[in-house]
Design a protein around this ligand. Structure first.
Ligand code: MTE
Length: 322
């Protein structure tokens, strides 16, 4: 996915550096067989768990304010073309390896500049506010996008429950860091755990969705089960998956992608067709599923089309704060 500059200044993807080709291909073959059900049960991989997870229904009422009428991405594409580096750097890796993620029991710890730190388990999180279905566009910094019916509620409900104090200006989101469950953590692709951040007003914007499901079901592991963010006006990497900690802080937090390459992945990372990534244009995008040879790319819209967030940035130079 995100291609980090190689050690000698080339644009070589990290995956090819961290895994010798033969090992990578052997592993791919084995996982392919597992996925097909051939060896399931023989290996330590809990593929069947992942499959069961993915078919658990999650009830939600459609929120009429957030119903894109664009054609939805197929569930198959949205669950097999993923970025989740803790499960490998290839798009197909997470669907094949994320069966090892144990999503229950799960909890999120609320820390930092709050009245009193506390822990909420998944059951409490699921009950915190009514579940809504919202159809959002999500655009990856790599230049592709999807339209997905997500299920969750505005993160603002949890923020209210957390009772941040007057010092809280940003939120840091920390995701699971367990090598036993996440094989990708054995490779120094990023500075683990994967962390992300939002300004408090961005986090409180009603569009920012604490997400538990998609396509009428609980999140499949590869999409960030059991709980992730969906921040539709920002590049996809801001939407952290498998969150275990939410920390309210005074200063702008560093994020994993900032640390890896701050010039390419800024803190704000608003979808902005006028600010190119240093190595490619951000003016257009490929919609996953529209992959014909002659299919025209779509024009990328400012804030990914979510103009209602523009006021969050009034007076800011978005070329500087990219
Ligand atoms: N969260 C974690 N923990 N690890 C990751 O590697 N990748 C990000 C984001 N959240 C990532 C993550 C990126 S780059 C994108 S584009 C989206 O997840 C992809 O979400 P999807 O696979 O559900 O489409």
């Amino acid at each position: 996915m995100l291609i980090l500059p190689g050690p000698n200044g080339t644009d070589r993807p990290y995956a090819s550096e961290i895994t010798p080709r033969e090992v990578f291909e052997k592993r791919r073959k084995l996982l392919g067989m597992l996925a097909a059900g051939g060896l399931a049960g023989v290996s330590g991989l809990r593929w069947t768990d992942a499959a069961a997870q993915a078919t658990q229904r999650l009830a939600a009422a459609a929120n009429p304010a957030y119903q894109l009428t664009e054609k939805q991405t197929s569930r198959k594409d949205a669950t097999t073309y993923n970025n989740f580096y803790e499960f490998g750097t290839d798009k197909a890796d997470p669907a094949q390896t994320a069966g090892t993620l144990k999503t229950h029991p799960w909890s999120i710890s609320i820390e930092g500049e709050v009245k009193k730190p506390f822990v909420l388990d998944l059951e409490a999180l699921l009950k915190l506010a009514p579940m809504e279905e919202r159809i959002y566009r999500l655009r990856c910094v790599e230049g592709w996008s999807m339209v997905i019916p997500w299920i969750g509620y505005s993160l603002s409900h949890l923020i209210r429950r957390a009772e941040p104090n007057g010092n809280a200006r940003y939120i840091e989101f920390v995701t699971l860091n367990d090598k036993k469950q996440m094989p990708g953590l054995n490779y120094p692709v990023l500075d683990w755990p994967y962390t992300e951040g939002l300004r408090l007003d961005e986090a409180n914007h009603p569009l920012t969705l604490l997400t538990f499901g998609m396509y009428g079901e609980v999140l499949p592991n590869q999409n960030g089960a059991p709980v992730r963010l969906t921040v539709p006006w920002k590049y996809g990497f801001k939407s952290a998956k498998s969150i275990v900690k939410i920390r309210f802080v005074r200063d702008q937090p560093q994020t994993s992608w900032n640390r890896a390459n701050g010039r390419e992945y800024g803190f704000y990372s608003n979808v902005n067709p006028e600010v190119d990534h240093p190595r490619w244009s951000q003016a257009s995008e490929r919609r996953i599923g529209e992959d014909g040879l002659f299919t025209r790319k779509r024009k990328t819209l400012m804030f990914n089309g979510y103009q209602e967030v523009a006021s969050l940035y009034s007076g800011m130079d978005l070329r500087k704060f990219y």
